[in-house]
Design a protein around this ligand. Sequence first.
Ligand code: SF4
Ligand code: SF4
Length: 286
Amino acid sequence: MTTTKDLSKHPCFNRESAGSCGRVHLPVAPKCNIMCNFCNRKYDCVSESRPGVTSAVLTPEQAVLYMDKVLEKEPRITVCGIAGPGDPMANPEALETVRLLKDKYPQMLFCLSTNGLALPAHAAELAELGVTHVTVTVNAVDPKIGAKIYSWARDGKVIHRGEAAARLLLERQIEGIKILKAKGVIVKSNTIVIPGVNDHHVLEVSKVLSELGVDIQNIMPIFPVADTPFAEVEAPSSEMIKDLREKAGGLVPQMSHCRRCRADAVGLLCNDRSGELAPLLGECSR
Ligand code: SF4
Ligand code: SF4
């Protein structure tokens, strides 16, 4: 991928830029193609967001209008991300949004987060569209463990369950990441730590990510959400997360400044303006 964009201006991948470069998440992807046992879709995609509803879902055209308005109010935005509230690869509107925005804002970095199930089908196109950063959430590299985390995965018209779903998801994640890396895309992997389910397995995940050339791993504690199979799981302690990050850091670089942003987050990581700028989202979604 050839680009003249300044890749260092992504505050999540480069902590040094977090005080001067901001991000906006465009909520254009409501549907999802898998069911994570920690997710309640009345809330957000917890693979990239804290559980709080996005205040609106936008069409691609509305997203362009919203972007124009956001940049007037917050010109420090350097990254335009799509992080839900479902999975961008399960919503053609996500790529359509990038298509509409990339020529209008050529210096903007485009970033997507995905569970990876449909990534192989779209990875090359993402790179061609100029998406420079992709996050793939990888919570398990053993289908037996994955089967405890995912209820099902829908591939076209077929719904897979149990280990078959987890195996397919893992295969697609690996294949998708390989394509992205071959195309020069920067890849982050989120790994959500679920005590008693995958906490003992995180370093295995890190090892596989390292072999795939993933640039950075974001080990995050589960945020137990009501009305989900993991609602009663005890969230991991900060010591457990710190310890895992330290150990995993020997395998793959670690992120430690993630803010678990909403699917409609906007502003600097240290100065989130989602609440203040929410009326813009309302105006554009009408
Ligand atoms: Fe929810 Fe995201 Fe998992 Fe889809 S990928 S089920 S939106 S957490
Ligand atoms: Fe960055 Fe984390 Fe926020 Fe995503 S959720 S935009 S990785 S700080």
